[in-house]
Design a protein. Sequence first.
Length: 238
Amino acid sequence: MPELGVNIDHVATVRQARRTNEPDPVWAAALAELGGADAITIHLREDRRHIQDRDLTILKETVAAKLNLEMACDAEVVDVACRVRPQQATLVPERREEVTTEGGLDILGRQDRVREVIDRLQHSGIVVSLFLDPDLAQIETAADLGADAVELHTGQFALAAVGRDQEDQLKILRRTGAKVLACGMALHAGHGLTYRNVKQVAAIEGMHELNIGHSIIARAIMVGLTEAVREMKRLVSG
Ligand code: PXP
């Protein structure tokens, strides 16, 4: 049964809209855990547009579940991660102009830098996952670089029209998921997953962790965060 990682960046986005102290992502993490979250996921972006260093530091102390830090291969953020030591880091690409993470991390052309970041994080006791497009060459390279896990980018699946297109994308996720496992890494997935499409991805053989943000926080506005997480957890658990 896959674990559910709840991404609470949007809670910080609302707070930063007024540069005030509410809503607090620390409260959100506690409510998500009450709803059954197995992990709390936050993205500390270079521009600190939502999650702040203070959030990371406090969440490291207060989250009872796993804390998963999404981050770019940026020297300053790597220093912060090695100091705070979340249980897991997920390396993602980052562009200042993007609204959300757009594609997987392209590791083929920058293996030395990615290897260096993986080594530093692992030496600090952090499990390292790479957020990759479902592409066999990227996955093989992740294994060569010593990654512990791969989070497959499910954005294309989420965007595909229900029916044939979606089924094709699901096949790609299944094939590349099998490759992740064959390479000895843990299989994660995320991006664009919703209450409507999550079951098919959760059912992929060997799926270990799903990271979901937007859809859960959108529902939380209507029903409360604990209930929104509980509903998603039920779907993920099959
Ligand atoms: N996984 C990664 C690596 C992400 O960057 C994001 C978006 O922050 C997510 C999962 C969650 O995506 P969504 O908000 O579409 O559920």
